[in-house]
Design a protein around this ligand. Structure first.
Ligand SMILES: Nc1ncnc2c1ncn2[C@@H]1O[C@H](COP(=O)(O)OP(=O)(O)OP(=O)(O)O)[C@@H](O)[C@H]1O
Ligand SMILES: [Mg+2]
Length: 240
């Protein structure tokens, strides 16, 4: 469970990139975070994961504050950032072992988990190559594998489907469904409205740092009394 309590963040004076955000993502839920470019999705995700500090408010991960109890909070988080271009000089296997070390995954367990995940995403045979030799999609896959190695309860994914081929994208979506079905939490941002429509139990729409809607897609259609497509509805909600 993730509780975002009255969180604000400015990078520059007098311009709030996130303004008084309140959100609660329950266990067993897939929550989609939508909004146009620059709306504040990545900023929110960076605050949830403790990469950025909020100026105001607090965020609780299963009751642990990311500001006052960050280690406990982070232990239960699996995070996929918006760009997978990191640790480029490490070999795939070195990166995964590093992630397993950070999250204290026992050696025997990590072996099995690395094999399971990398075979699923079809990068098992590439683990002895440096990440800099990987394609964009392969980098995205290794980051996803690294994030899920420790079987974290709370998945925080920033545009996780970007760059994935259809099979991997399908597999990841199935994994997200299974994860939520087992009573755990998935919070992800996306621009792909069809993905949100098919996958999410609830969505939040953020625009210029402000949450402009939260609820199910059925509630969204009801509230805005729109018979058009999800795309038209989204444009209506986020327009000037
Ligand atoms: N490091 C930074 N310094 C200054 N301003 C920033 C910084 N990072 C983000 N911003 C600003 O904060 C706002 C929100 O950016 P953010 O990256 O959270 O948007 P986003 O919703 O993730 O967009 P996208 O869909 O393009 O990924 C934007 O106005 C952006 O210009
Ligand atoms: Mg972003």
């Amino acid at each position: 469970m993730i509780e975002i309590k009255n969180v604000s963040k400015s990078y520059v004076k007098n311009k709030k990139s996130i303004d008084s955000l309140n959100l609660e993502i329950k266990d067993g839920e897939i929550f989609g975070f939508l909004g146009p470019n620059g709306a504040g999705k990545t900023t929110t995700i960076r605050m949830i994961t403790g990469i950025l500090n909020a100026d105001e408010g607090d965020i609780l991960i299963d009751g642990n504050s990311i500001t006052t109890n960050p280690l406990e909070a982070k232990k239960s988080i699996g995070f996929v950032p918006d760009s997978p271009d990191m640790f480029l000089r490490l070999k795939g296997i070195e990166y995964l072992n590093f992630m397993a070390d950070v999250y204290d995954v026992p050696v025997e367990k990590r072996k099995a988990k690395i094999e399971e995940l990398t075979k699923k995403f079809e990068i098992y045979d590439d683990l002895n190559s440096q990440i800099q030799s990987y394609s964009h999609g392969m980098r995205q896959k290794i980051v996803i594998c690294g994030a899920l190695l420790s079987e974290p309860k709370n998945w925080i994914l920033d545009e996780p489907m970007t760059g994935l081929d259809p099979k991997s994208s399908f597999d990841l979506k199935e994994m997200m469904k299974e994860h939520a079905k087992s009573g755990k939490t998935v919070f992800f941002s996306t621009h792909v409205l069809e993905v949100a429509e098919k996958l999410c139990d609830r969505v939040g729409i953020v625009n210029k740092g402000k949450l402009v809607f939260v609820g199910t897609l059925a509630q969204m259609k009801e509230k805005f009394k729109d018979n058009g497509s999800l795309e038209e509805l989204f444009l209506e909600i986020t327009e000037e």
